[in-house]
Design a protein around this ligand. Sequence first.
Ligand code: OSB
Ligand code: MG
Length: 326
Amino acid sequence: MLPSVDDLLESARVVALPLRTRFRGITVREALLLTGPHGATEFSPFVEYDDSEAATWLAAAIDFGWGTTPPLLRDRIPVNATLPVVTPDRVPEILDRFAGCRTVKVKVADPGATLADDVARVAAVRAYLGPEGRIRLDANGAWTVDEAERAIHAMAEFDLEYVEQPCATVAELAEIRSRVHYMDVPIAADESVRKAADPLAVARAGAADLLVIKAQPLGGISAAARIVAEAGLPVVVSSALDTSVGLSMGAHLAAALPELQFDCGLGTAALLAEDVTDAPLLPHDGAIEVRRIDLSAQLLDRHAASADRRDWWLKRLRRCHSLLEG
Ligand SMILES: O=C(O)CCC(=O)c1ccccc1C(=O)O
Ligand SMILES: [Mg+2]
C-alpha cells in the first residue's frame, strides 16, 4: 500500500553531500531521505531526470521503507572499487579508500578524454592491483561500435573482466559483443537495463553477457529481483552514487539474489566526502555489510540542502507521488 504524501513529507530530509572527486560531472550529490516503518530509505534520482523516470525511484524508496524485505541469503556483499575519470597519478590515492577490493571498475570514454588517457589510467590500475586483480570498464554508452572495438582492443592486454555499456543501443551492444568475442571480453548492459522501456529487452536480444542491476531505477528490491530472475543472466548489483541508505537498499537486493558471481558496484560510499550516518557502508576487506542505516540528526543538519533545493526536492516528491497514485 502506498503511504500518503503527508506520511512521506513528515520525515523528508534533503541533503547535499560533497564528493571527494568529480563523478559523472557532479561534485555534490543531492538526496532526499525518508524514514518508514522499516527505517531510513532514499529517494535520489539525478536532478536532470524527468518525473516519470524519478517516480520509479520513489516506488523503490517506498518499497524499502514501507514494503516487505525478501529473505536475505548473505550478510556481506563483495564490492568493486569505482574509479572516476582522473589522471593516473591519482589512482593509488583513490583506490586506497576501497579497503581490500580486488576488483576495480574504471570509468572510460569521458567526452573530454582520449583513448590514450583511458589506456594510461587502466595501466595505472593494473599496476596498483597486480596480476590477480580484476579490471572492468564502464563507458556509459559513449562509444560508437568502431570506437568501442578500437578501445577494447587497445585495453584487452590489461585483462578485462568485462566492459559495461560500451555503446548506447541494444543493437550496438549486440554488434560489439560479437566483434570482441574473439578477445574473450564479456559485455555488460547498464543503461540498456535501467533506462529502457523494457529492462529485459537486452537480455532477450542476447546483446549482453551480464546485467548491471540498480534497485532505485528499477522500482525497488522486489521489482529488481524479478527482473534478475526473468533475465536469466549473471548480474552486478550497483549503486547510483547513493548515500549509505541507498547502498543499504542495494546490499539488501544483492543479499536476496540466489546467485552472485561478480563483485557488486556498491562500494561508492568511498567516493563521498560526507554521508548521512555515523556508520557509513564503506568497504572493509573488499565487502560491505548487509544492514539498515541509522541516520545521524547532526549530519542531516550539517549537510542540509539550501531552502531552495529542499523546496525543489519536496515538490518533486509530491509530483512523483501523484504519478504513483495514478
Ligand atoms: O558500479 C559502480 O562501481 C558504481 C556505480 C556507478 O558507476 C554509477 C553511479 C552513478 C551513476 C551511474 C553509474 C554507472 O554505473 O554508470
Ligand atoms: Mg554503468
